[in-house]
Design a protein around this ligand. Sequence first.
Ligand code: IDP
Ligand code: MG
Length: 156
Amino acid sequence: MERSLILIKPNAVQRGLIGEIISRFERKGLRLAGLKMMQLDDTILNEHYAHLFERPFFPYLKESMMVTPVVAMCVEGLDAVETVRLMVGATNARKALPGTIRGDFSMSGEQNVIHASDSVENAEIEVKRFFREGELFEYESAITSFEYGHEERARM
Ligand code: IDP
Ligand code: MG
């Protein structure tokens, strides 16, 4: 089953949005495979945001990701990576559609509440970056047949 990595950023932790954000994914029907708080440091952020190393905002972004612990989540489901990105919305939250998490809870292109993996390949790397093996759980959903159709279940 496809998995995606989500980080609830320090700005959302400060603003008391942890429960609301977890709840959106839970109600959607994405299954939680892992959930924990963690304090990020320079090493993991240099790796995680390596694609932005050259950008002028890079130091501010890293700083903003260390001011409180983050909440790391691994969720799984059919096409989970794309589905989660759709729920998260555009990077610049002022342009994120209403109904998306960024669209509903942020006015910022930096303090934009949440991180989510942007491709299946990156999701695999990111899940491993933030979770050790024993921290991820596989369990049967008792209601899969009410969450997915017949053909969809065959793809899982
Ligand atoms: P994403 O989070 O939507 O995948 P990325 O381009 O991977 O967007 O950027 C990672 C994070 O870097 C963003 O979520 C945001 O916090 C920050 N960021 C991206 N672009 C800007 C910018 O132009 N100014 C300030 N911060 C930015
Ligand atoms: Mg990204």
